[in-house]
Design a protein around this ligand. Sequence first.
Ligand code: ADP
Ligand code: MG
Length: 260
Amino acid sequence: MTTEIEHSPFAVEARGVHKSYGALQVLKGVDLTVRPGEVTAILGPSGSGKSTLLRTLNHLEKVDAGSIRVDGELVGYRQKGRKLHELKPKEILRQRSQIGFVFQNFNLFPHLTVLENVIEAPLSAQRRSRSEVESEALELLKRVGVGDKAHDYPRRLSGGQQQRVAIARALALRPKVILFDEPTSALDPELVGEVLEVIRRLARDGATLVIVTHEVGFAREVADTVVFMDGGVVVEQGSPAQVFDNPQHDRTRAFLSHVL
Ligand code: ADP
Ligand code: MG
């Protein structure tokens, strides 16, 4: 058995996720559920495990315990000390290609043009036809406002343009969910707005998004659910109004007093 399809109402369903690096316990039993079409913003201090959590959803890290489903498919399932579930590399590639991931530092391939960056995974991991993938990629590049950069190399682009290419690259996978890890924190302040605008439009169009961000104003505007993490656990979650205007925990209040 390599996959289990369940009729989960969630696009993402993580239960009791634990992850350690050596003696360092980074995730200590995290639950996270995201409904299709919902935008979830994850906030929390540096080192609280936000990136690690995103990375487990996309097979970039294996969990030590807990279960993770993306679109009903089992991504990871372990019980402490006992391996219960191991996906085949091919299955991992297939699942990973259904999840978009946008990194803080763009992570474009420097030796490929913008267009080549966008078509690489749909061609290699999804084995779709080049003509279809290319015309879709050019459309996506236009949609994020860099249609004229298709044949340039990433280094010729500003940070904001590179991040918009990275978003087009994620969209080219026709993903079930897109994970963003602090997508604007490496950008000069004047370039933040153009990237947030692209994400805002995706949210409006009904995409399922999980966004780690420190942009409280943005999270308040686009998120259906705000999740506050600290010390490897979800401390509280709720609507933006609940979490930002009426936080229930001291740790949330302390964090918000620094970022607001
Ligand atoms: P956040 O994204 O909330 O800042 P991270 O998930 O990046 O937090 O990191 C949580 C903790 O795990 C930090 O203490 C970090 O140093 C540690 N960590 C992250 N990745 C690794 C790794 N590959 N090896 C060892 N420690 C790691
Ligand atoms: Mg991080």
